[in-house]
Design a protein around this ligand. Structure first.
Ligand code: NOJ
Length: 711
């Protein structure tokens, strides 16, 4: 619904004034940005302070004929001043309320400085860890990505953009950017309509239902059509089928990139094609929108695009309150935002394995080694120059008086002639326990940061093996922005704690976890492959006609086979690699904690339902340990027979809950059409009659099944 104010403005605007609203420009120099705003450009990137934002806003409100305020955009991805864990890590928390609160903090900090629009959340389902941008999203699972994306949208937008401290959110990148050929950033995507609908479109559909203000087009093609010119998806599905009434923004120079894509001959053609396809705002600004030829754009489409932009400005209350209070700009974290970030970093960590070496005993003599012992590179991709820095794990550990610390880095991230693995191994002999802090620096993940080799860079694995050779107990702390290949050392490591890039307060949180002040209870949002040659490898793959099952190897398929698979399982002619064990090294959903849990037999409120009905699934979970801890209860659905080969398992619900020592609680979940159905290639949603098995547990490899029949 277009408001009377917007209708009135549209009737007064010249074609050039309309075009100006359809661009966001990046110009770091104030004079240039101010000149563009005076000329009618409707959105700019954040000029880095409240005062500079107000100055540009004044040019728009007081210096243009109609006084339309500008949007001020920025990539506020996981914090503005206080940096929270990277989104992939936030997903690992399996705690959407926490994700919502972190986005809220980011919004308050950013809005106080004049930002009104963030290019977040990234909800590209990501199944190829070679792609560096997996760090910016919520991993491989459709449900987790949808839930976390919506939590972020709620945190930024508070379901009412006119409230103080909100940001207009952008769901990006529409669509299927998470599956570029070979994991190479910006590369081509080609896939079936059913996979597009069930996997890649689904989180966007959820974001539209959560009223996300904007959607960003992606750089990739889908079946040969670049997304910036993809009318079938941008207009056909997003705007028409789903009724999205917010704005579609192009990605940086994505419209101009239609020329190197070789689908447009000139920039003018590119602009015409992009707007016809459904892009509303071009990002980049070369050439300036006011120089475009308005006659090439359909007048109704032009008005529609302008109305969408003005609609976001109006929702944000910018016509009434265009300026921010410069004196109230938040430039530093507060004690409260630091405490929140510290807890979030701890809640995002995943205990990959532990023989009891963790938590460390107080009073022990600890050798801290590896490049992450002293590195302060914990902010991860997309932290900005104005974000609060972090300290190092060494600094945080030294701040404790109940532990003795010796620090000897031993090796650098990338390996150079100063690396001295042997010296560390000698020093280890003097310690009670060694903490090996390794990983990938932030620069190795994020945009344009694809890798073909997913092992730890440099000589970090040598360091781990050298420590293993001493026989001294040790712990590996892994800090990274993507799933890594750890096969060359994992079997030698007694305990491994995945901490990702945890943000401003990561080091303190890591120490909290190492010493047991916080309980690690995150779960992997993305599988760790055994080798780069195995990717993409993800848990929800489609059933094949020849599921692999090798005796003695626990895999999803062998569980299937044991449950109800065909008797004639073929061991050679099955889908697998000859030179790798089955399945990933660590699957999606994997992770343990210091506490231990057991599950009762799950129950459904009715064993048989109609396709439009729902059941309540209940399961009793017990903390079988003597310490309090969190469990992430996961519910997977297996569709036993469907009209198209279904995924072997599909997560449909999860809940993270804290249990006191010895506590038993009953958790319940609603399972209905949304959980049981799927999209057919023609765009129909179907719940097909037949048998379903729900698998309930704390990780994929530890689930208890319960059957449900749909008639
Ligand atoms: C390019 C990236 O793909 C996108 O995610 C980001 O929002 C824009 N640049 C703006 O910085």
């Amino acid at each position: 619904m277009i408001s009377s104010r917007i209708r009135e403005l549209l009737s007064q605007m010249s074609p050039q004034e309309k075009l100006g609203q359809l661009q966001i420009v990046y110009r770091p120099r104030h004079e240039e940005a101010a000149a563009l705003v005076r000329a009618g450009i409707g959105a700019v990137f954040w000029p880095q302070s409240a005062a500079a934002s107000n100055a540009l806003q004044r040019e728009a409100v007081e210096g243009t004929r109609l006084g339309i305020p500008i949007l001020i955009g920025l990539d506020v991805i996981h914090g503005q001043r206080t940096i929270a864990p990277v989104p992939l890590a936030q997903a690992a928390s399996f705690d959407p309320d926490m994700v919502e609160r972190l986005a809220r903090t980011a919004a308050v900090e950013a809005r106080s400085g004049g930002v009104t629009w963030t290019f977040s959340p990234m909800i590209d389902v990501s199944r190829d860890p070679r792609w560096g941008r997996v760090v910016e999203g919520f991993g491989e699972d459709v449900h987790v990505t949808s839930v976390m994306g919506n939590a972020m949208v709620r945190g930024y937008q508070e379901q009412d953009l006119s409230r103080p401290g909100t940001l207009a959110a952008t769901a990006k990148h529409f669509v299927a950017y998470g599956q570029p050929d070979g994991g190479r950033d910006y590369n081509s995507v080609d896939m079936s309509a059913q996979r597009l609908r069930n996997v890649y479109l689904e989180p966007f559909r959820a974001a539209v239902r959560a009223d996300v203000a904007a959607v960003m087009a992606s750089f990739n093609t889908v079946a040969g059509v670049p997304m910036h010119a993809n009318g079938a998806l941008l207009t056909g599905i997003l705007k028409d089928e789903w009724g999205f009434d917010g704005l579609v923004v192009g990605d940086a120079d994505g419209v101009a990139n239609l020329v190197p894509h070789r689908v447009a001959e000139t920039i003018d053609d590119a602009v015409r094609m992009a707007y016809a396809a459904g892009v509303d705002v071009e990002m980049g600004g070369a050439p300036s929108a006011i120089a475009w030829d308005a006659s090439t754009l359909d007048p109704a489409r032009l008005d529609d695009a302008v109305a969408r932009v003005l609609g976001v400005k109006e929702a944000l209350g910018l016509f009434e309150r265009p300026y921010v209070d410069e004196a109230a700009e938040r430039v530093e974290p507060t004690d409260a935002t630091r405490a929140q970030a510290r807890r979030a970093a701890a809640r995002s960590a995943v205990l990959l394995q532990n023989d009891g070496t963790l938590p460390l005993s107080t009073g022990s003599r600890v050798l801290l080694t590896g490049p992450y012992a002293t590195s302060t590179d914990h902010l991860g991709a997309w932290a900005q120059s104005f974000s609060a820095r972090s300290s190092s794990i060494a600094d945080a550990l030294r701040a404790r008086d109940d532990i003795e610390v010796i620090v000897e880095e031993g090796v650098s991230f990338f390996g150079d002639r100063h690396d001295d693995v042997d010296a560390v191994a000698t020093a280890a002999l003097e310690a009670d326990v060694v903490v090996v802090c390794v990983g990938e620096p932030s620069s190795l993940s994020g945009e344009a940061a694809s890798r073909s080799d997913l092992r730890l860079p440099g000589r970090q694995a040598d360091l781990i093996r050298a420590i293993a050779g001493t026989g001294i107990p040790f712990v590996v702390v892994l800090a990274n922005g993507r799933p890594l290949v750890v096969a060359d050392w994992i079997d030698e490591a007694p305990a491994v704690l995945e901490v990702w890039h945890g943000g401003t307060e990561a080091p303190a949180a890591i120490v909290d976890l190492l010493l047991g002040d916080q309980e690690p209870a995150g779960r992997l949002p993305m599988s760790f492959p055994r080798s780069a040659g195995q990717v993409p490898v993800h848990y929800a793959h489609e059933n094949t006609g020849r599921p692999a099952a090798v005796r003695g190897t626990m895999t999803l398929e062998s569980v299937d086979v044991a449950l109800e698979g065909p008797a004639n399982v073929q061991e050679k002619y099955t889908s697998k690699y000859l030179d790798l064990d089955l399945g990933p090294q660590f699957s999606f959903g994997h992770g343990s904690g210091y506490a231990t849990f057991s599950y009762g037999q799950p129950r459904v409120s009715s064993a048989e339902i109609a396709a439009d009905e729902a059941v309540t699934l209940e399961v009793e979970v017990t903390n079988t340990s003597a310490r309090a801890g969190d469990e992430v209860v996961q519910v997977y659905v297996e569709d036993v027979v469907a009209s198209i080969a279904p995924p072997v398992r599909r997560l449909v619900a999860f809940r993270r809950r804290t249990f006191a020592a010895g506590e038993t609680a009953t958790l319940s979940f609603e399972i209905g059409p949304e959980q049981l159905g799927f999209w057919l290639a023609d765009g129909r949603f179907a719940v097909e009659p037949g048998a379903f098995v729900m698998h309930v547990g704390g990780a994929l490899e530890r689930t208890v099944p319960v059957r449900l029949q749909v008639r």
